[in-house]
Design a protein around this ligand. Structure first.
Ligand code: NAD
Length: 489
C-alpha cells in the first residue's frame, strides 16, 4: 500500500500556476486524524494572498488565454487531467487518506473514481452543449451565445476533498473560467498536488490558484470585487453567511450544503439484499457525507426484521488505522467533531431513542473513532432525526403507510439525497417523485456524473454535474440581429 513517506513541507503558495512567496509567515499544519502524525504544512493564506490569486485569475480571464479557447480544447484538457489523476491514483489517495482519515480504498472509490468521473462527465457535457444557437423570435433572428461567468472563487469542505476539487475545477474550467480554490484548512496538501496536475494537463498560466486558509481567507475571496461567482461546498450555516455576503456584491453563488436524507424501505423490499447498502449509505466515510441517508423509514410491521439485518451489517465494519489492511472505517476528522457526534448519540438516548446497536471501539492510534450506531424508537421530531450529525449514526423510523413515509421524508429542513427500496421499480420512481430532494436512488444510491446533483431547501442552491453543472458557470447572451437579416444567406 502506498504511504505518505515524510511530511510535505511547502514554503510557497501555488498561485496562477507558479510557486510564490506568501504574504505572511503563518503556517497551517496538517495532522493525520488517525495517528496524530504530521502529514505536512503549508503557508496559511490571508486576504493579501487571496488578492494576488484573484488578480492572476482576472488577468488570465480577461486575456482570453483560456476563456476564448474552443470548448473542445478545454474539454480535452479536463480529460487529460482525469487521466493524470488516474495514473497517480495510489499516491493521491494515500495523501487524501492521511489528511482526512478515510481508508485509501474508500478514497479511491468515493473520491477518485467519482472525481475523474465528473471531469470526464463535464468534458462530455461540453462536447454535447449548444454553445451558440440561432433563435427565431418576434423581430427575426437572435444569436444566443454562452460565455464563461468569469473569475470563480471555490470554497470547499474537508470530507471528500479530491472529489470536491474535481467538481469545482471541472465545470469552471470547462466553461472557460479562471478559478481560485480555497481548500478546507484540514486538507490543503492534496489541493496543491491536484492543481499541479491540472497545470500539467494544459491549464495555462494564471488560470488556477490554491490559497489554503480558514474562514478569513474564505471571506476575503467572497468579498473580493474581482470575483464573479462563488461556488461553495460546506455546512448550511456557513453557506447562509456566504450567500448573504454574495448578496452585498450581487455575486453569482451556488451552494452545496448539508443533508438529512431519508431511505424509504417499502413492504415489498428484499430486506437481505437491501441491508448492506442501507447501512453503507447511512455511514459511508464514517458518516461524514452530505448524502448520508441517516433516516431509514421502515414499515412498522417489518421494523424488527430490518433492524436485525442492518445490525448484522453494521457489526461487520472494522474501525482501524486507515492505512492498515482490513480496516473498513476510519476515524472522525478531529476532536471537536468527535465530541459533537458523541453529543448527538447522548441526546438521542436522552430523548427516548433506543440504541439497537452501538459498536464499542477500543483505543486506536490517537484517533477519535465512533463505531456504527443504529437507533430505533426514533420519531422524526427528535434531534437525531432533524440535525445533520456527520457521524456514523442511523435513525430507524417506523411508518404505518406509504403516504406517512413520504410525509416523514419531506418533514426536514434539508433535501439533498434519498432512496426507495422496493421490488417494484416503477412504484419506487413514483414515490421518488414525491420527495422534495435533489437526488433519489431506487434500491441503491450513487451520484451520476452526467446528471444534476444538488439540494432543495437548506441543502443548497444550484446544481452540479452534467449540463446543469456546466450551465451554472455560464452567462447566456442574446445578440439580436437586424430585422430581415438571415444568417442562412
Ligand atoms: P464548513 O462550512 O465549516 O467549512 C467549509 C469551508 O468553508 C471551509 O473551507 C471553511 O474554511 C470555509 N468557511 C467556513 N465559513 C466560512 C465563511 N463564513 N466564509 C467563507 N468561507 C467559510 O463545513 P465543513 O465542516 O468543512 O464540512 C462539512 C459540511 O459540508 C457538512 O454540512 C456537509 O454536509 C457539507 N458538504 C456538502 C456537500 C454537498 O455536495 N452538498 C459535499 C460535502 C460536504
Amino acid at each position: 500500500m502506498t504511504a505518505v513517506a515524510a511530511p510535505i513541507e511547502t514554503s510557497q503558495l501555488y498561485i496562477g500556476g507558479h510557486w510564490v512567496d506568501p504574504h505572511s509567515a503563518d503556517r497551517l499544519e496538517v495532522t493525520n486524524p488517525a495517528t496524530g502524525e504530521l502529514v505536512g504544512s503549508v503557508p496559511l493564506g490571508d486576504a493579501d494572498d487571496i488578492d494576488a490569486a484573484v488578480r492572476a485569475a482576472r488577468a488570465s480571464f480577461d486575456s482570453g488565454v483560456w476563456s476564448a479557447r474552443p470548448p473542445a480544447e478545454r474539454a480535452a484538457v479536463l480529460r487529460k487531467a482525469a487521466q493524470l489523476i488516474e495514473e497517480r491514483s495510489a499516491e493521491i489517495c494515500a495523501l487524501v487518506s492521511a489528511e482526512m482519515g478515510a481508508t485509501p480504498g474508500d478514497v479511491a472509490t468515493l473520491q477518485q473514481l467519482a472525481g475523474t468521473g465528473v471531469l470526464n462527465g463535464y468534458a462530455d457535457a461540453s462536447d454535447a452543449y449548444d454553445w451558440e444557437e440561432t433563435r427565431h423570435g418576434l423581430f427575426g433572428e437572435t444569436l444566443v451565445t454562452r460565455e464563461a461567468v468569469g473569475v470563480v472563487g471555490a470554497i470547499i469542505a474537508w470530507n471528500v476533498p479530491l472529489f470536491l476539487i474535481c467538481n469545482k475545477f471541472g465545470p469552471a474550467l470547462a466553461a472557460g473560467c479562471s478559478v481560485v480554490l480555497k481548500p478546507a484548512p484540514e486538507t490543503p496538501l492534496n489541493a496543491n498536488l491536484l492543481a499541479q496536475l491540472f497545470t500539467e494537463a494544459g491549464v495555462p498560466e494564471g488560470v488556477i490558484s490554491v490559497v489554503p486558509g480558514g474562514v478569513e481567507a474564505g471571506q476575503a475571496l467572497v468579498d473580493h470585487p474581482d470575483v464573479d461567482k462563488i461556488t461553495f461546498t460546506g455546512s448550511t450555516l456557513a453557506g447562509k453567511a456566504i450567500a448573504a455576503r454574495c448578496g452585498e456584491t450581487l455575486k453569482r453563488c451556488s451552494l452545496e450544503l448539508g443533508g438529512k436524507s431519508a431511505a424509504i424501505v417499502l413492504d415489498d423490499a428484499d430486506i437481505a439484499a437491501s441491508a448492506p447498502m442501507l447501512v453503507f449509505t447511512g455511514i459511508l466515510n464514517s458518516g461524514q457525507a452530505c448524502v448520508a441517508q441517516t433516516r431509514v423509514l421502515v414499515p412498522r410491521s417489518k421494523k424488527d426484521e430490518i433492524v436485525e439485518a442492518m445490525t448484522a451489517v453494521a457489526a461487520s465494519f472494522v474501525p482501524g488505522l486507515p492505512a492498515e489492511e482490513g480496516t473498513t472505517m476510519g476515524p472522525i476528522i478531529n476532536a471537536k467533531q468527535y465530541e459533537k457526534v458523541r453529543g448527538y448519540i447522548a441526546t438521542g438516548k436522552a430523548e427516548g431513542a433506543t440504541a439497537a446497536y452501538e459498536m464499542e471501539v477500543p483505543e486506536i492510534g490517537t484517533g477519535h473513532f465512533v463505531g456504527p450506531v443504529i437507533f430505533t424508537d426514533v420519531t422524526n421530531d427528535m434531534t437525531i432525526a432533524r440535525e445533520e450529525i456527520f457521524g456514523p449514526v442511523i435513525s430507524v423510523i417506523a411508518y404505518d403507510d406509504v403516504d406517512e413515509a413520504i410525509a416523514i421524508a419531506n418533514d426536514s429542513d434539508y433535501g439533498l439525497a434519498g432512496s426507495v427500496w422496493t421490488a417494484d421499480v416503477q412504484r419506487g420512481v413514483e414515490i421518488a417523485k414525491q420527495v422534495r430532494t435533489g437526488t433519489m436512488g431506487i434500491n441503491w444510491y450513487a451520484i451520476d456524473p452526467a446528471s444534476p446533483f444538488g439540494g432543495y431547501k437548506n441543502s443548497g442552491i444550484g446544481r452540479e454535474n452534467g449540463r446543469e453543472g456546466l450551465e451554472s458557470y455560464l452567462e447566456h447572451k442574446a445578440i439580436i440581429l437586424p430585422m430581415g437579416y438571415s444568417s442562412e444567406q
